[in-house]
Design a binder for this molecule. Structure first.
Ligand code: GRF
Length: 185
């Protein structure tokens, strides 16, 4: 079975979704790695016996030293693919040049790169919201887009309903993209 490593920083709804839909069926989630010791996703991964590695970025005095530790940890699992699911860290080429990684971003790239993409997209004049799965490069949210999905904003759309629609799309598209990429490897 092919194996993946998932990087996350927050609630981990995408992490949990990948574990529930794909783990030990289509692939093995070899480890879930987070930079935040209080990330909600930690308990979700542990509940499914997925090994969790916590690399607290505040314990490192440079971006490079954190990235070296992150790379070493990822490589120790020899993953076929690294999946970033809500991993809120800008990475240097120390990591990005040495791994094959995809990321899910809550906007129709190249629109709304970087943080607060959901809010920016919701408050914009764009008629649609959407998500992108893209290859990770050293340019933030700038790697080649693999696949996207979108929806038309409802007239009475609230930030909450908009966010929920984004999450639903992510939970459908990210696992599909992972399976497709692993098939091609
Ligand atoms: C997702 O919207 C993802 O696109 C963004 O961060 C969010 C992560 O949510 N980069 P979760 O931690 O998977 O619930």
């Amino acid at each position: 079975m092919k194996n993946i490593v998932i990087l996350f920083s927050g609630e981990g709804s995408n992490l949990l979704n990948i574990i529930e839909t794909l783990h030990l069926k289509e692939l093995q989630v070899a480890a879930a790695i987070t930079n935040r010791p209080n990330a909600g996703g930690i308990a979700k991964a542990k509940a499914h016996q997925v090994p969790v590695e916590i690399i607290d970025h505040t314990n490192f005095n440079s971006r490079e030293s954190f990235d070296e530790k992150l790379l070493q940890t990822i490589e120790s699992y020899a993953p076929d693919l690294v999946v970033m699911a809500g991993f809120m860290r800008i990475l240097t080429p120390i990591v990005t040049d040495n791994i094959n990684a995809i990321n899910v971003h809550p906007s129709l790239l190249p629109l709304f790169k970087g943080g607060k993409a959901i809010e920016k997209s919701f408050h914009s004049s764009e008629l649609k919201g959407g998500i992108s799965v893209h290859w990770v490069s050293s340019e933030l949210d700038g790697g080649e887009v693999i696949t996207q999905d979108s929806f038309v904003k409802a007239e009475d759309e609230s930030l909450e309903s908009f966010t929920q629609k984004i999450r639903n799309l992510e939970h459908k598209l990210l696992p599909e993209a992972i399976i497709q990429i692993l098939k091609e490897r």
